[in-house]
Design a protein around this ligand. Sequence first.
Ligand code: CA
Length: 239
Amino acid sequence: MTSAKDAPTVFIVEDEDAFIEALDIGLQREGFRVEVARDGAEALLNFETVKPDIILLDVMLPKVSGTDVCREIRKKSQVPIIMVSAKGSEIDTVVGLEVGADDYIVKPYRLRELVARIRAALRRSSLTQSEIDEVGIGTVRVGDVQIDPEQHMVTVRGTVTKLPLKEFELLYVLMANAGRVMTRENLIDRVWGSDYYGDTKTLDVHIKRLRSKIEVDPANPVNVVTIRGLGYKYEKLTS
Ligand code: CA
């Protein structure tokens, strides 16, 4: 099957032949170009040549692990990365998200689910320019919320909203990473510091307060969403 020149390229980094074969056929049928690397070293070696639009990165790989590949690629590129983990290796998934992966999927998964995740990740990355506008130094705008760290000012649907320091910092970290799952550990590290040993409920309480100030309906949040078992994500909203 021939695919159009502008078809998005999915870089599959995977060592199991059965998976590679199924993905190659399935993803081409869905209109993607497919490139394959069979271990972590090959992935890093060929990354620049392949110029992928998205990477599907297995966690358990020969030579260089998926999380190390992710860490290396993040030093030079913001290309969307979906980590693929086997059932029971959720720890690796968390590490993957902490080193910059955008999303994860657990084997075995359905092709339909994978394609939906790929399309969502591509949509988010293509929205980066228009949806997250850098308005002045450090200011981030996502959808109807804008945060300016220099003026310590948050504007929600046109109205200036006052936030206490930790809520402000939490919102800034979430918005600057919009579209990406932030683990609870990562958020606590970045807002309260890595030497923080307090109750992790603190984070949930702050999230709740934040929602009451920025969400249209705090009981059904659409800006700051909960990712069960992992953490939170600031959604890049599209209307
Ligand atoms: Ca593997």
